[in-house]
Design a protein around this ligand. Structure first.
Ligand code: SF4
Length: 507
């Protein structure tokens, strides 16, 4: 920064908190919702940022050399605390997001893809594989008069609900969940209907059941509505009702949500590369288009979309990054998988064995371990074009809903979000291949892919994976599944170790 460069003042909404001390101060950014601790120099600079001024004048006011003051100013600029066009645009997006989060469900703008469709097939799958809940107080109160009947009808020996996560110091974090038995919700009947719904009406069900499979995400321009891929009906959803024709029902679903998920207040393409919402949306639109350009080839679509991102990054998509030879790719993929497996094994090891009192189920972790273990060996098949139209459609729909659910705007960076999506697809395919092999089948049917997608979608959204595992691997994921993606795909056939074993089937 040159000494005659103009330093902007602090942006509107940024202020020093009154309590400052000799050590420093706290800067509050009410709009972007954060507090930043400053040292003594930072505090002095913040106090002096009361209007536009040349760097030299600011340094003179503070009685210091321009260079350290310029560093402090750069720190403020990096955090979008100065009154620049870029910081104002980000703050305007954050204000708009606040308004959407507070808006009445009846009038909030809905963001729905024109061709997104869904009709529940009543397959009953969403009532299994997890504990249904949370069940809120008002729902429990509504069911209380019917508890004896429900207990008798379900023939439960363990009651209807249980409480998880109760802690004497944080009782408000406790959650009431529905009991399940042998993998399914206690209320799921043999005819696939919900007993609460059938006997007492849909409005008596836990809100989570009434919201599923819709995914609702607040953005600065409205609430994005998509279908979660944990819904096995996603496969048949193409022939369902168009979401845009069902907005009244969608608004009812939004009204049921205790709190909406939201995109990040500052969306970054990569670390230090913030995007305004409009720029993010334009990028997402280009990614949708890229996916549609290659309807015949999942991997080709991922490559086309990846090129859009790399171009946005300002890099030549054709330029070869380092370490693109087979041994380097193989070693780096193995290191990534080993790191992930270590975390998966630790989580699995923490699950207590079944006892007479409790059976903690963790099969999804076993599936993830199987998929990761087979990833490199099955990579040639995982990246090969999908054989059947229903599989290709499933892939394209998954990608469109993933993008539309703002997965990239909720990830630490857009690139990390895309890396998680691409990696997740390869893990999905590897799991589908593994599961088909287990039942002595080589070629996949769409249901294999859907079943695997249910597992990976569940895991990728699980707090323990999304918040505690993936962030530690985002850099490696971006490196392999964005920057070195073309090399990885090109080398896929050479990455598996040569298979020289005699393979003998005895049973
Ligand atoms: S998994 Fe989806 S299609 Fe099946 S019952 Fe649940 S919401 Fe309906």
């Amino acid at each position: 920064m040159a000494t005659d460069d103009l330093v902007p003042p602090l942006r509107a909404g940024v202020r020093l908190l009154p309590r400052t001390d000799a050590e420093g101060a706290l800067l509050e950014d009410a709009i972007l919702g954060r507090r930043i601790r400053l040292d003594g120099r930072g505090r002095d600079v913040a106090l002096a940022l009361d209007g536009p001024q040349p760097l030299a004048a600011l340094a003179e006011r503070l009685g210091g050399e321009p260079e350290p003051i310029a560093k402090a100013v750069a720190f403020f600029a990096r955090l979008h605390l100065l009154d620049t066009d870029e910081a104002r645009a980000l703050a305007a997006d954050a204000v708009a997001l606040d308004e959407i989060e507070r808006a009445a469900p009846a009038s909030v703008p809905l963001l729905v893809r024109e061709d997104a469709r869904f009709t529940c097939t009543m397959c009953g799958s969403c009532c299994g594989g997890h504990n249904v809940g949370p069940v809120f107080e008002d729902i429990l109160d509504g069911l209380a008069p019917h508890a004896a009947d429900l207990e008798a009808a379900t023939r439960t020996a363990k009651g209807l609900f249980f409480t998880m996560g109760a802690h004497p110091e944080a009782p408000d974090q406790a959650q009431v969940l529905c009991h399940q038995t042998r993998g399914s919700c206690i209320f799921l009947m043999d005819d696939r209907r919900c007993r609460i719904h059938a006997d007492l009406g849909g409005d008596k069900k836990p809100r989570a059941c009434r919201i599923f499979p819709y995914e609702l995400v607040a953005t600065p321009r409205g609430v994005a509505v998509t279908i979660q891929r944990e819904c096995r009906g996603f496969l048949e959803a193409r022939s369902g009702k168009r979401l845009v024709d069902d907005t009244a029902a969608l608004r009812e679903v939004i009204a049921l949500a205790p709190r909406l998920s939201a995109v990040r207040r500052i969306i970054s393409l990569a670390p230090g590369r913030p995007l305004s919402w409009d720029d993010y949306q334009a990028l997402e639109d280009a990614l949708h288009e890229a996916v549609d350009r290659r309807p015949d080839d999942a991997c080709g679509a991922l490559s086309a979309a990846r090129d859009v991102l790399v171009a946005a990054l300002g890099e030549d998509p054709g330029a070869r990054p380092p370490r693109t030879d087979v041994p380097a790719l193989s070693a780096d993929l193995d290191a990534l998988v080993a790191g992930l497996l270590e975390r998966v094994e630790a989580m699995r090891g923490a699950v207590p064995p079944p006892s007479d009192e409790v059976w903690v189920r963790a099969e999804a972790l076993d599936h993830l371990r199987d998929a990761l273990t087979n990833l490199r060996a099955d990579l040639p098949r995982a990246v090969a074009p999908l054989a059947r139209p229903d599989q290709r459609e499933l892939f394209a729909e998954h990608l469109h809903h993933g993008l539309m659910s703002k997965a990239l705007a909720m990830a630490p960076t857009v690139l990390a979000g895309w890396a998680r999506l691409s990696f997740g697809w390869l893990v999905t395919m590897t799991l589908a291949i593994h599961r088909a092999r287990q039942v002595k089948r080589r070629h996949l049917v769409a249901q294999d892919v859907m079943d695997a997608l249910v597992i990976t979608s569940f895991l990728w959204r699980h707090d323990d994976i999304a918040e505690r595992v993936l962030p530690a691997f985002d850099e490696a994921l971006v490196d392999l599944f964005v920057l070195r993606w073309p090399a990885l795909v090109a080398a896929a056939r050479d990455l598996p170790d040569p298979d020289r074993r005699l393979e003998l089937v005895k049973f």
